[in-house]
Design a binder for this molecule. Structure first.
Ligand code: AMP
Ligand code: MG
Length: 404
């Protein structure tokens, strides 16, 4: 064993270093069916007013409000998509259906229920309010209004409004292409039976899912053995097609830990150790062409917690999100949280509602090899380094993964 030469960086500082070196990816134009979940790259402006014409909100008669109380001659019909193109003169009315264009001259719509019809004569009530029962030009949007801002994630409503203003294509940030690889001679592919001393590679599948959930396009590179030449070959092969490399294992100080020297030879290692539990050996490097490399620790919980703390915000920045971090909420601790002397600790908790409060309970043993401490976890509670810990009943700010 050799001692690590990398300085221990504060967890917050390491997270800032990662984001400082993370670019925003370029954008592409995509058809609306491919935009759900993507991030808009430019502000979207309304080219013209919406609605573009005065359209009836009800079925009834388009009339002049000044004709209130009179019996009017019905001169035609305006249905959705079939406008009546003549003006409604004083003393006349046009039958109108929902979505139909309000003809020129008319300034209000009277509902069918409120009129008396006799042949082609209609008697309307009094008084009538100008502007009643129809949507005016520009009620929703005026020409030149900003409809959506750059950095907005596109969901159903956003894609709907883009279509409504006539945008068949939208400029969206490219999804980061991320190659995910496990390292270690002890690993076997899931589905195979481990031999003596072997374990099943679970990190790659956990990280693959985490990458997809974070909006990345994940590419599975498989398992690299603890062999410098083979590891280098696998990594350089995949770097052509990837923006980001995520590995697990091979970053602690044992003699088989080859990821740091490899990243050192391919680029610049900015973070080689962090004051974080779990996840002390977390490694971050930049490679040629602005590519990023994350060397995550091998222990399953360490790899996923460092993914949450460092990788996910970077993936969001690459995609152009304005909000990079998980939301936080105050939660009351339902257990005594012990602190680690020299490292920030992220403890995994479940949440329950108690009156107006959220109460956090530990998910049990927080060992970095116990993946069950993350299964069902709804938040990460950050416990500052020291010998104090945080007593049950204290309200702390928690990073929310999912709400009860
Ligand atoms: P390392 O950082 O390579 O020393 O790995 C530390 C420990 O994490 C190993 O001894 C394994 O128990 C575990 N580990 C490493 N890689 C994986 C993996 N891909 N899946 C599950 N556990 C792993
Ligand atoms: Mg290893």
């Amino acid at each position: 064993m050799r001692a690590s030469t990398y300085p221990l960086v504060d967890a917050e500082e390491a997270a800032a270093i990662v984001l400082d070196h993370t670019p925003v990816l370029d954008f592409e134009h995509r058809t609306l069916d491919a935009c759900a979940g993507r991030v808009l790259a430019e502000d979207l402006m309304a080219p013209s007013a919406l609605p573009a014409f005065p359209s009836s909100a009800v079925d009834g008669y388009a009339v002049r409000a000044a004709d209130a109380g009179r019996t009017l001659r019905v001169i035609g019909e305006s249905a959705a998509g079939l406008p009546f193109m003549q003006p409604v003169a004083p003393g006349t009315a046009a039958r109108i259906l929902t979505g139909g264009m309000v003809p020129q001259g008319a300034d209000c719509v009277v509902m069918f229920e409120d009129v008396h019809l006799d042949g082609d004569m209609v008697t309307v009530p009094s008084p009538l309010g100008p502007g009643a029962n129809f949507h005016k030009v520009g009620d929703d949007l005026r020409a030149g209004d900003r409809v959506l801002s750059a950095g907005t994630q596109l969901g159903a409503a956003e894609i709907g409004i883009a279509a409504a203003i006539g945008r068949a294509l939208l400029p969206v940030r490219r999804r980061p292409r991320v190659a995910v690889m496990s390292t270690g001679d002890e690993l076997v592919e899931v589905g195979k039976t481990p031999g003596p001393g072997q374990i099943i590679d679970s990190n790659r599948w956990a990280l693959f899912a985490a990458l997809q959930e974070a909006g990345a396009e994940a590419h599975n590179v498989g398992i690299a053995p603890d062999d410098p030449a083979e590891l280098r070959r696998l990594v350089t092969d995949m770097l052509d097609q990837a923006d980001v490399l995520v590995t697990s294992g091979g970053v602690s100080v044992g003699t088989h830990d080859l990821v740091k020297p490899l990243l050192e030879s391919l680029g610049t290692v900015h973070v080689g150790r962090v004051k974080l539990k779990p996840g002390k050996p977390f490694t971050f490097a930049t490679l040629a062409q602005g590519k990023l490399a994350f060397g995550l620790p091998g222990f399953p919980v360490s790899s996923l917690v460092t993914f949450e703390v460092f990788v996910r915000p970077a993936l969001r920045k690459l995609q152009g999100f304005t909000k990079l971090q998980r939301p936080t909420l105050p939660v009351r601790l339902g257990y005594d949280a012990r602190a680690t002397a020299d490292r920030t600790e992220y403890q995994r908790v479940t949440l329950a509602r108690d009156g107006g409060e959220l109460v956090a309970q530990t998910t049990g043993s927080q060992s970095s090899s116990r993946l069950l401490s993350l299964v069902g976890a709804q938040a990460l509670v950050r416990i500052a380094p020291g010998d104090q810990g945080v007593k049950a009943g204290t309200v702390v700010e928690a990073m929310i993964l999912s709400l009860p």
